[in-house]
Design a protein around this ligand. Structure first.
Ligand SMILES: [Fe+2]
Ligand SMILES: [Fe+2]
Length: 134
């Protein structure tokens, strides 16, 4: 779960950084969308932090590897790739939860992780739409 938390930390700051370097014609809708997605990632980070605490762990202060933005196309492609990697990582959490005798926290975690996966899939869809429009 700390790896997931670090992915969310990285995603949030990466989106916020990328939002600052996009400029030019038609930049505004892309900038606001990247900032909105960053807000979702911060909420995901908080969820993982809560769950780690509820399970008796210590939430990581670490940040997953981030990639600098260069131009709009590269930014959208990089984040699309990272979103797909996040979905894979979170599916791995669901896989690990497929066991008998789930505790209350396990069921809660499973529910929360499904929500996060749905959000990430929305992000993937939005990034694909933006990529198709540029
Ligand atoms: Fe996220
Ligand atoms: Fe995302």
């Amino acid at each position: 779960l700390n790896k997931a938390l670090e992915l969310e930390h990285g995603a949030a700051i990466q989106y916020l950084s990328h939002a600052e370097i996009i400029n030019g014609l038609n930049a505004e809708p892309i900038i606001s969308r990247l900032k909105e997605i960053a807000g979702d990632e911060l909420k995901h980070a908080q969820m993982f932090r809560d769950m780690i605490g509820a399970l008796g762990g210590t939430p990581s202060l670490g940040v997953a590897k981030t990639y600098p933005g260069r131009n709009v196309k590269q930014i959208l492609e990089q984040n699309l790739k990272n979103e797909m990697e996040a979905v894979d990582a979170y599916k791995g959490i669901l896989e690990a939860l497929k066991k008998e005798n789930l505790k209350y926290e396990d069921v809660r975690l499973e529910h929360e992780v499904r929500h996060v996966i749905i959000d990430e899939m929305e992000h993937i869809e939005e990034l694909r739409i933006l990529l198709a429009l540029i």
